[in-house]
Design a protein around this ligand. Structure first.
Ligand code: SRM
Ligand code: SF4
Length: 556
C-alpha cells in the first residue's frame, strides 16, 4: 500500500475544533486575580474577541510586563461623536492614553493590563460598537470609502459595507458570555461542545479574511490588497453594482519565497443587490479551499494564485447562484486622503485631520486627543470617520459649527490647514516596537524622523514639495501596506531595513525590492544618488514610484 504523507492540520485548527465557541478558559483567567496573563490556547481564542496579549518590549530586560492590545470593530470606520468620546475616555482610564487609528479604519488600545480588559471591552459594547472578530480566523473590519466629497453613492456603499459586516459576523455566544455577563461557558455542555457556526462551520476560516469597498477613481483604502474587494460602479450618482476583486494580500516572510504580496484579480461584475451572497461565496471558498496545514500559506491569495481566476469565477457563480458579467470599465487615480476643510455632496462641511502615524495623543503644544474629545463632547451631531490612511475625518459639520470647530482645534495647537508637509501627509507606519511581538525593527517611532531626513535630501536635490508615498513596517507582514508605497522600509533587524521602490499613486502596482538590507544610518548615502538621478532624469510630471518602475532599478 502506498503511504501518503498527509500534512497535519495546524495547532490552531485543533483548538478551534475542540472549543468551537472560541470561549477557551478566558473568563476563568479573567476572574483569577493572581494571573497577569493568559495561557497559550487562550491567547489564540482572545484574537477572535479582538485582543492580543503582548508585552512591553522596552521593558523586557527587567522581565515580561504583560499588556493587552484591543482592536475595535468599526465597519467603514464610522463612529458617532458619543462613541469617539467613549473610546477617548477608555484609552485614558484603561490604556496608555493614546488611540491608535489603524490602516483598516479601526482603533486600537495599547498597554491595557489584564484586570482592565473586561471593563474596557464591555464599555465598547455598551457604546454599541464591538471588538468581536476584529482579529482571528474570520472576516475582519470591513472597509468603506470615508470621504463624503465625491458622490452620494457613498451612503449606499456604506450601507452595503454594514450589511456585509453583519452577515459575516460569527455567531458564538461566548463573546457575550465572557465580556458582558462575565461567565465562563461550560465547555462540556453539548450545545457548546457541538456548536457549529452557521457560516464558518466548526473550525472557522484557515486564516484571516479581509474585505474592502471602494468607489473609483479614489482608492483611498488600497482595495486590491484585500482578499475580497467590491469596486463600486456608479451611474448618475447612484450605485448600480460592483466589480469583484479577489485574492489580494500582502503578508510575507523574509527568506521564504513561497510567501509574497499579491494584488487581487478583478474577475467580473454583478448587481449591487447580490453583494451579501457574493461576499458569502468568496468567504466560503476560503473556508473550503484555504490551506489548514500551514498558516503561512493559508490566505485566500494563494488559493486564487494556485487555482486560477476561472476556478474562482465558477465557484462564485455556483455558490452565489448568479452569473458574473464582464468587468465594467473603471480607473483608479489616488490613494491619499483629502486633507483640510471641504464641502460634502450634501452641502455640509467635513475636515480631514492629519494624524501622525495614526497615534492620537496629547504632546507638547499639540493636544490632538483633548481637542478631538472636546469636539465630540460639544458637537454631538458630528460624525468621526477613520480613514485607511490612519487619519480622522470630522463629517456632518454644519455651516454654523465650522468656525467653532476650527477655532477649538486651533486653540489646542491642532492645525486645520497646511497640517503637514507633503511627505509626512503621504506616509504611514505600523506600530512595531514596543508593542508588536513580531517587530524586527522600529517603525512608528522611527518614521517621522526618517521622513524629515528624506525631506532634507529631497530639498538638496531639487525635489522640495514633491509628494512621495513613504511607508514603513517593523517586519515583512505588511501592516502599513508597504508593498504599495513608492518608497518603503521593511524591518529586518534592529536599525536595518529592506528597501522597496516603485509603487504608484493609484494603488494598482506592487513595488519591488531595491536593497535587501540598508542600515538606517546609511539612509542619506544610499538614497541621495537615487533621488538625484530621479530629479535629473524624470519626464515631466513623472512620479518617483513611476520612474523607479520605468528604469527598473536593480536589486542590490
Ligand atoms: Fe497587521 C499581525 C497591526 C493591518 C498583515 N498586525 C499584526 C499584529 C496583530 C501582530 C501579531 O500578530 O502579533 C500587529 C499588532 C501590532 C500592535 O502592537 O498593535 C498588527 N495590522 C496591524 C495594524 C494595527 C497596523 C497599523 O499600522 O494600523 C493594522 C490593524 C488593522 C485593523 O484594524 O484590522 C494592521 N496587517 C494589516 C494589513 C493592512 C490591511 O489589512 O489593509 C496587513 C496586510 C494585508 C494582508 O492582510 O495581507 C496586515 N498583520 C499582517 C500579518 C501578515 C498576514 C499574512 O498573510 O501573513 C500579520 C501576522 C499574522 O497574521 O500572523 C499581522
Ligand atoms: Fe508588527 Fe510587522 Fe505588523 Fe509592523 S508589520 S505591526 S512589526 S506584524
Amino acid at each position: 500500500m502506498i503511504q501518503r504523507n498527509v500534512a497535519k492540520p495546524t495547532h490552531n485548527e485543533e483548538i478551534k475544533g475542540a472549543i468551537p465557541t472560541l470561549a477557551g478558559t478566558i473568563a476563568a483567567t479573567l476572574a483569577d486575580e493572581t494571573a497577569d496573563h493568559f495561557g497559550e490556547n487562550d491567547i489564540q481564542f482572545l484574537k477572535f474577541h479582538g485582543s492580543y496579549q503582548q508585552d512591553d518590549r522596552d521593558l523586557r530586560k527587567a522581565g515580561k510586563k504583560y499588556i493587552m492590545m484591543i482592536r475595535g470593530r468599526i465597519p467603514g470606520g464610522v463612529m458617532t461623536a458619543r462613541q469617539w468620546a467613549v473610546f477617548d475616555e477608555l484609552a485614558t482610564r484603561h490604556g496608555n492614553h493614546t488611540l491608535r487609528i489603524t490602516t483598516r479604519q479601526s482603533i486600537q488600545f495599547h498597554g491595557v493590563v489584564k484586570s482592565h480588559l473586561r471593563p474596557l471591552i464591555k464599555e465598547i459594547n455598551d457604546s454599541l460598537l464591538s471588538t468581536l472578530a476584529a482579529c482571528g480566523d474570520v472576516n475582519r473590519n470591513v472597509l468603506a470609502p470615508p470621504t463624503p466629497a465625491y458622490t452620494r453613492a457613498r451612503e449606499q456603499v456604506f450601507l452595503d459595507c454594514h450589511r456585509v459586516a453583519l452577515a459575516l459576523a460569527p455567531q458564538t455566544r461566548a463573546y457575550h458570555s465572557i465580556w458582558i455577563d462575565g461567565e465562563q461557558l461550560d465547555l462540556d455542555a453539548p450545545e457548546n461542545k457541538n456548536f457549529v457556526d452557521p457560516l464558518y462551520g466548526k473550525t472557522y476560516l484557515p486564516r484571516k479574511f479581509k474585505i474592502a469597498f471602494v468607489i473609483p477613481p479614489v482608492n483611498d483604502l488600497d482595495v486590491l490588497t484585500n482578499c475580497l474587494g467590491f469596486i463600486a460602479v456608479v451611474e448618475n450618482d447612484r450605485l448600480v453594482g460592483y466589480n469583484l476583486a479577489v485574492g489580494g494580500g500582502l503578508g510575507r516572510s523574509h527568506g521564504n519565497e513561497a510567501t509574497y504580496p499579491r494584488l487581487a484579480d478583478v474577475i467580473g461584475y454583478f448587481p449591487a443587490d447580490r453583494v451579501v451572497d457574493v461576499a458569502k461565496a468568496v468567504l466560503t471558498i476560503h473556508r473550503d479551499f484555504g490551506d489548514r496545514t500551514d498558516r503561512k500559506h493559508a490566505r485566500l491569495k494563494y488559493v486564487v494564485a494556485e487555482k486560477g481566476v476561472e476556478f474562482m469565477r465558477e465557484e462564485v457563480n455556483r455558490r452565489a447562484g448568479l452569473q458574473l458579467e464582464p468587468v465594467r470599465p473603471y480607473t483608479f487615480t489616488s490613494i491619499g486622503d483629502l486633507y483640510g476643510w471641504h464641502k460634502a455632496v450634501d452641502g455640509t462641511w467635513f475636515l480631514t485631520l492629519y494624524v501622525q502615524t495614526g497615534r492620537v495623543k496629547d504632546s507638547e503644544g499639540h493636544h490632538q486627543k483633548t481637542a478631538l474629545r472636546q469636539v465630540a463632547e460639544r458637537h454631538p451631531g458630528i460624525e468621526f470617520r477613520l480613514t485607511a490612511n490612519q487619519n480622522v475625518i470630522l463629517a456632518n459639520v454644519t455651516e454654523g459649527d465650522k468656525a467653532t470647530v476650527d477655532a477649538l482645534l486651533r486653540s489646542h495647537g491642532v492645525k486645520t490647514e497646511n497640517q503637514a508637509s507633503v511627505l509626512h501627509a503621504a506616509s504611514m507606519a505600523c506600530p512595531a516596537l514596543p508593542t508588536c511581538g513580531l517587530a524586527l525593527a522600529e517603525s512608528e517611532r522611527m518614521l517621522p524622523g526618517l521622513v524629515d531626513r528624506i525631506e532634507a535630501l529631497c530639498g538638496e536635490v531639487g525635489l522640495g514639495g514633491q509628494e512621495i508615498i513613504i511607508r514603513s513596517t517593523g517586519c515583512p507582514n505588511g501592516c502599513a501596506r508597504p508593498y504599495m508605497a513608492e518608497l518603503a522600509l521593511v524591518g529586518k533587524a534592529p536599525g536595518r531595513y529592506q528597501v522597496w521602490l516603485g509603487g504608484n499613486a493609484a494603488g494598482t502596482r506592487l513595488n519591488r525590492v531595491w536593497k535587501e538590507m540598508m542600515k538606517e544610518t546609511d539612509l542619506e548615502t544610499e538614497l541621495r544618488p537615487v533621488l538625484a538621478r530621479y530629479a535629473r532624469e524624470r519626464q515631466p510630471g513623472e512620479r518617483f514610484g513611476d520612474w523607479c518602475d520605468r528604469v527598473a532599478l536593480t536589486a542590490a
